[in-house]
Write a protein that binds this ligand. Structure first.
Ligand code: PHE
Length: 422
């Protein structure tokens, strides 16, 4: 499913690599290891660095552990930290939001973190923020598990509880987050979020005539409306009630942009239980989470989420640190190439597994995977037909190349997904 944690299917904004076969070395990546892998054709990165810590491939892509579902293509993204590059759209956006907080509030009041490891415990990703035991976002189909107790964070809320235990009351946490999902122009298994958190003490609402929750809601809405104005100018906005496991009440903010209502963030008043369990009894707090790609695609006119990961200078050279207004000028439109694949499925089949396999075999030339036909025969067996769109952002693809990739996709689908090709 598209959005693991909120009921709205669009929030994630999610929201993308080094093309497989192009073993480029990124920031934070220590070395490329050329051994072949269990997990297909992605370039193999031996180790990555985050916040001064080295994570080795053996620790994250665990061939020995059946609960592990992290492919090399995903491991290779850890440590790239696009949001820490000041002249990358995600870095420009992050810094603009930082400036907003440092101007609206006393500078430095909100502590900023953007270098926390995405490898976190199941406890901090889910339990500590009250995600119910049977919540869909915990499934192996939706989340990358390193082992039974460890995941790649699927949201920056994974750091809330620890921050509170460390005594922090005002903070912004930015980072790469990981979700198994569909393949299209706005979905990529790795994207970036920013979490904001503010704790109020009783002395702050005592003289206002409001109770703690009302004060938090008022301050939250005022802050986020101010942020949306800073980013989007004088746009129409509306608040939608929603559900998150960690906040109550919970809201989404939508803005009217280019003739459409666009969801820009999720937020709410933090559940008391989270504050109590983490040393902040008697306090009230608000939290928000926003998807950076979602916002950046709109603000910079970036049409495809894969572009964030390209090192093609025709993309990267268009952006400058501190320049939020730049509109991306597409440098090319290479032709797409469509390939259909049909097979009989079993109950074990999921679209997320198919998409991950396609991403692993094809790398970033996989632009979209969509179900175009399905039926069930008299024996009750279902057939699915998917159309895979191949298109490079950087060059024209040759027929031979796409055919070879599609053959490999077919072979791996038959081998790994327990389906029967038609
Ligand atoms: N963690 C939520 C998500 O990823 C966003 C959120 C953060 C919502 C904080 C409310 C409060 O969907």
């Amino acid at each position: 499913m598209a959005l693991a944690l909120s009921s709205a299917p669009t929030f994630c904004h999610r929201v993308l690599a080094l093309r497989s076969g192009h073993a480029r070395r990124g920031i934070g990546q220590v070395a490329i290891d050329s051994r072949s892998s269990r997990k297909r054709s992605a370039p193999i990165v031996a180790a990555v660095q985050i916040g001064g810590v080295t994570l080795t491939r053996e620790e994250v892509v665990r061939q020995d552990d059946p609960t592990n579902n992290v492919p090399d293509s995903v491991f290779s993204k850890i440590g790239l930290q696009l949001h820490r590059r000041p002249d990358h759209p995600l870095g420009i956006l992050k810094n603009e939001i930082y400036s907003f907080f440092d101007e609206k509030f006393p500078a430095g009041l909100f502590r900023k973190f953007d270098d926390l490891s995405p490898v976190v415990s199941v406890k901090s990703n889910f339990d500590d923020v009250l995600v119910p035991p049977d919540h869909i976002s915990r499934s192996y189909n939706d989340t990358y598990y390193v082992d039974g107790n460890t995941v790649l964070r699927c949201h920056t809320s994974a750091h809330q509880a620890q921050m509170l235990r460390d005594g922090l009351t005002h903070f912004l946490v930015t980072g790469d987050v990981y979700r198994r999902d569909a393949i299209d122009a706005t979905h990529y298994p790795v994207f970036h979020q920013m979490e904001g958190f503010r704790v109020f003490s009783e002395s702050e609402w005592k003289d206002t005539g409001l109770d703690g929750t009302d004060l938090a809601v008022k301050d939250l809405k005022e802050t986020l409306e101010g942020l949306a104005k800073r980013l989007f100018g004088n746009v129409e906005m509306r608040w939608i009630d929603t559900y998150f496991p960690f906040t109550n009440p919970s809201f989404e903010l939508e803005i009217f942009f280019k003739e459409k209502w666009l969801e820009v963030l999720g937020c709410g008043v933090t559940e008391q239980e989270i504050l109590k369990s983490n040393g902040q009894s008697g306090k009230v707090a608000w939290a928000f989470g926003l998807g950076l790609e979602r916002l950046a695609m709109v603000l910079f006119d970036i049409p495809d989420i894969r572009l964030f990961w390209t090192s093609d200078p025709r993309f990267t050279a268009q952006f400058k640190a501190g320049q939020l207004g730049t509109k991306f000028k597409p440098f090319s439109k290479y032709p797409p190439c469509y390939k259909d694949i049909s097979f009989w499925i079993t109950d074990a089949f999921t679209e997320n597994n198919l998409c991950e396999l396609v991403r692993d075999v094809a790398g970033d030339i996989a632009e979209e995977v969509s179900l175009i036909d399905q039926f069930t025969n008299k024996k009750g067996i279902s057939s699915h037909c998917y159309r895979i769109t191949y298109r490079s952002m950087e060059r024209s693809l040759t027929d031979e190349e796409v055919n070879a990739i599609q053959d490999k996709v077919r072979e791996e689908v038959a081998k790994q997904l327990q389906v029967t090709l038609r």
